[in-house]
Design a protein around this ligand. Structure first.
Ligand code: AHG
Ligand code: MN
Ligand code: MN
Length: 334
């Protein structure tokens, strides 16, 4: 098998296809390097000082784990000096992080969920890093307003899942490419190109414990799946819920399925649990690039213009026919 490293892939994409400007190539290499470091920390587990809680809360009022903070710091330190970024934003920071004056300012903005699936860290279940890249709009300086662009404006998006393998999944708008970390060599190696999500599936992912809080259309969709062969769908469904969006979406990109985190009555003022800019948007773009669909139950997620950095959104993404079905139930109100 011909082994193509991430570096070679990016260089060749830049040279042959003109897809990847050099600053963006550097950015992606640096994010990948940071993910390798996070992967090492994750792997150490109880042998490193990475397990457990950090005794602090983030802006969303969630308890931070030590690894949330470590991963956030690794990403910032890796990215701030290269000259490719103007600013960064993260789940773990209230405001934006402007690249300090001592470093050159670049033309890109980077957003990330440094550690997705925090509740799985201490129980040795797959977790990951999700990221999204935007162009900084023209003009001097950089502000939070510059980040508030719809997902359609993303120039790169991806995630790294720290599971049985460490896998980096990437799009720059030309399909979805998968790289697997070769630990001996210390580099990401291309292992799959043009990932496709099947249009149909028999597998859904939702936190069933919230069932009583959902709206009627979501209840209807799941009830029909649960009735299996005997119900209107005429086929049995299987259910999977890892509790890490990266791992659930990775499974769906690999073999199909539908991932849902709908609005629910527990906190009615919140549109959903997941964050638009550094969870839903990058995952939506990857899913769309693989032939799937991603909506908030009413509209395409990537068309939403954000009004704040940590905005939340309801999420339905994955196999086309299932996402269209559950979205149509909501459009028709039942
Ligand atoms: P994070 O660890 O970054 O806060 O994200 C956790 C998210 C997402 O990864 C996952 O799908 C969902 O929360 C799990 O929610 P439940 O706890 O309701 O299962
Ligand atoms: Mn997350
Ligand atoms: Mn997180």
């Amino acid at each position: 098998m011909k082994r193509i490293s991430l570096t070679r892939y990016l260089v060749e994409q830049q040279r042959l296809e003109g897809h990847i400007p050099s600053q963006l190539r550097l950015l992606l290499e640096v994010v990948a390097r940071a993910c390798k470091r996070i992967s090492q920390a994750v792997n150490k587990g109880a042998l490193g000082d990475v397990m457990g809680s950090a005794d602090s809360e983030n802006i969303q009022g969630e308890m931070q784990k030590k690894l949330d903070i470590i991963a956030n710091e690794v990403l910032i330190e890796a990215n701030e000096w290269g000259g490719h970024l103007a600013a960064m934003a993260s789940e773990e920071m209230e405001g934006i992080y402007v690249v300090p004056n001592r470093y050159p300012q670049g033309e890109y903005l980077l957003m990330f969920d440094p550690l997705d699936g925090s509740s799985n860290i201490d129980v040795n279940v797959s977790i990951g890093t999700i990221f999204s890249v935007l162009h900084k709009p023209e003009g001097t300086g950089v502000s939070e307003q510059d980040f508030l662009q719809p997902g359609t404006q993303q120039v790169a998006a991806g995630y790294c899942v720290y599971g049985p393998q460490t896998t980096l999944v990437l799009t720059v708008g030309d399909g979805v490419t998968v790289f697997t970390l070769d630990r001996e060599q210390g580099s990401f190696i291309l292992t799959e190109e043009n990932l496709r999500v099947p249009d149909d599936t028999r597998e859904f992912a939702i936190n069933m414990s919230n069932q009583r809080h959902w709206t009627e259309p979501v209840q209807r969709y799941i009830n029909e799946c649960l009735q299996g062969k005997d119900g209107p769908r005429g086929k049995d469904f299987n259910m999977r819920w890892v509790g890490s969006m990266v791992a659930d979406v990775h499974r769906i990109l690999t073999r199909g399925g539908v991932f849902m985190y709908p609005w629910d009555k527990r906190e009615p003022e919140k549109p959903g649990k997941l964050r638009l800019m550094y969870e839903a948007n990058p995952m939506s773009w990857l899913i769309e690039q693989a032939g799937g669909v991603a909506t908030d139950g009413k509209q395409r997620i990537m068309d939403i213009t954000p009004t704040k950095l940590h905005e939340r959104v309801a999420v339905f993404m994955g196999s086309k026919n299932e996402v269209e079905r559950v979205t149509s139930y909501q459009a028709n109100g039942g």
